[in-house]
Ligand binder design. Sequence first.
Ligand SMILES: [Zn+2]
Length: 298
Amino acid sequence: MSLIPDDVIEQVREAADIVGIIGEHVELRRTGSDFRAPCPFHGGTHRNFAVIPRKGMFYCFVCHEGGDVFTFFMKKLGMDYPTAVREVARRVGITIPERGPSGPDPREPLYGAVAAAADWFARQLRESPEGDVARQYLASRKVDLDTALPLGLGYAPRGGTFLDAMKGLGLRDDVLLEAGLMAKREDGTVVPRFRGRLLFPIHDLRSRVVAFGGRILGEGEPKYLNSPDTPIFHKGQLLYNLQVAKHAIRKAERAILVEGYFDVLRVSLAGIEEVVAPLGTGLTAEQAQLVKRHTAQV
Ligand SMILES: [Zn+2]
């Protein structure tokens, strides 16, 4: 399968009517600005499955399947990513240029490891006893779990359960190290990078999780810790929430730049989607360029 250029994937995503497409598989009913249906994944009868057109995503509050229009095809119909993009493109009438065949992306294992970690962290926030500290913290900041979970927030417990879980999934140490999920101490032993932290997933422009920003809960330094730069994550070249905000930025012809993850959460909960934050650094020239590609008004 040939590689599809990022800007074409973007065009397809923007042209896709996620409500219409998912509505062919389930009976959606409007609820406020969102749409609800019985979940096509776990097969319940209650309307726990939400399609959120302004974010271009879906999420089930019971089985926690979620994603964008492409992930829907991947999860529902078992397509791989390029096939899902081509299928949506066909429906919206966009022709995807064929390129010469290329090998698989050598970074694929890193994307896989970070995605597996994100699922595991989200599960800890939802249901683990250790995750209680994070659930209480969110409550103290007046953020419902029903708001936090669709955004992919998670909890990294203290101790070594994370590494055991990742090894149980067959992920090797060298991949976990390269993906920035594990750190090597001076004595050569390895530890999870994130311990006792509430985690915000950081997405690239294709909406793939590539890194995390973690806020310490309880004792510990620093207060915020991000993933290190890796082959799939370059801090200075991404902005938090840009994968969601870029559509709203274009529509509103402005971008709102705030300081941190919680600020983004708050502004977006107020119904303003064109909001982004730098990743624990000052705004870099590359990030400024990135925003300016979408609007002149910051
Ligand atoms: Zn479900």
